[in-house]
Design a binder for this molecule. Structure first.
Ligand code: MRU
Length: 355
């Protein structure tokens, strides 16, 4: 399996996704500040991977603390959480990951648990979140596999694969599960300007699994759809609002409109931790703006005239009306999503791992 990130006694080890597909190198983060930098610089990226990285960031911050009393440690935890929370605004998994470990810390601190025990518990929690993420991906893959065609071509945008999670992937997890169930699927990967997650990462990881993959530029999907070359679209998500509006990598919105125009099903695959019940609709989701140089430069080479204006929103919001179904580890949601999300939210989360 592709080792996106890994907890080691020395720190959190990250596959450097900025260097793929040409170099497979790792970055070891030995404290929470380095974990924050790794997230901000997109050495690790993809909502579920960011969530678990942030959880590990809080755990490593607590573990490395030299505080000898709980009030001091609690003040440090607030700084750790704030630093990690300021890295990237859109993927709700980041805040979920931080909160999961911080809530455990607060619970144990309220009981005056000895600091060494707290340290062991928060590390165990973050490591379990890693295992749970893989289990969720496999479960949502199994839940969504039958939605994909028995035979055909599936378009995906960005990278919602093993590299965007702790393993297996969300959108690519559904594709993997369908292929494991005998579907004959090949994948079209949008290149995903400007960071090229599709061209660099989706193509890299699917080729490793011998899944037939073709890269296309972001402006080619309409032409291929008009020729009957695409049977389904499946993407991941960074945040799904309570009404089903879905933030995902910039360009997803356009693909969803095209899919509607050509009568092609458009699926979103995400773990439940990506659903943000507290955000009523997509217009309330904060959209990260990234550096202009991601657009002006390619591989260190300037592509645009010096001084030209640049837009670089990293995400857009696909309105729920364009989404055929949302595939989660709890089950498949259909519209109207406000009702189906609310209903599934009331169910207890499935135990995907032994206690
Ligand atoms: O900017 P990125 O690379 O972190 O954006 C990633 C995406 O938009 C993914 O599609 C999303 O996080 C889902 S990953 C399972």
């Amino acid at each position: 399996m592709i080792p996106t990130l890994e907890w080691l006694p020395t720190g959190v080890n990250f596959l450097d996704q900025t260097k793929l597909p040409l170099e497979e190198t790792y970055v070891l983060a030995t404290d929470y500040k380095q974990v924050a930098t790794v997230i901000r610089d997109m050495i690790v990226r993809g909502a579920p991977a960011i969530g678990v990285s942030a959880a590990m960031g809080v755990a490593i911050g607590i573990d490395r603390s030299t505080a000898t009393d709980l009030p001091t440690l609690t003040a440090e935890v607030a700084v750790i959480a704030k630093t990690l929370a300021e890295t990237r605004p859109t993927a709700v998994n980041l805040f979920w990951g931080i909160d999961e470990v911080r809530n455990l810390y607060n619970e144990l601190a309220a009981k005056n648990t000895p600091i060494p025990e707290i340290k062991a518990a928060v590390i165990a929690k973050a490591r379990r979140m890693y295992d749970e993420d893989i289990a969720s991906c496999k479960q949502l893959g199994a839940n969504g596999a039958s939605l994909l065609p028995q035979e055909g071509t599936v378009l995906t945008h960005c990278n919602a694969g093993a590299l965007a999670t702790c393993g297996y992937g969300t959108a690519l997890g559904v594709i993997r599960a369908a292929i494991e169930a005998g579907h004959k699927i090949d994948v079209l990967a949008d290149e995903t300007r400007p960071f090229l997650q599709g061209a660099r990462l989706t193509a890299w990881e699917l080729m490793k699994d011998d899944i037939t993959t073709t890269v296309l530029c972001d402006n080619m999907a309409a032409h291929l759809m008009s020729k009957g070359r695409i049977q389904a679209v499946i993407v991941g998500a960074d945040r799904i609002a309570a009404n089903g509006d879905t933030a995902n990598k910039i360009g997803t919105y356009g693909v969803s409109i095209l899919a509607k125009e050509f009568g092609i099903p458009f699926y979103v695959a995400a773990p439940w931790s990506t659903i943000d019940i507290a955000t009523a609709s997509g217009d309330l989701i904060p959209i990260e703006q990234r550096a202009a140089t991601e657009v002006t430069h390619s591989n260190g080479k300037q592509m645009t005239p010096t001084g030209v204006g640049i837009e670089n929103p990293a995400f857009d919001v696909t309105p729920a009306k364009y989404i055929t179904a949302i595939i989660t580890e709890r089950g498949v949601l259909r519209g109207p999503f406000t009702e189906s999300i609310q209903q599934m939210n009331k169910q207890t989360a499935p135990e995907l791992l032994p206690a």
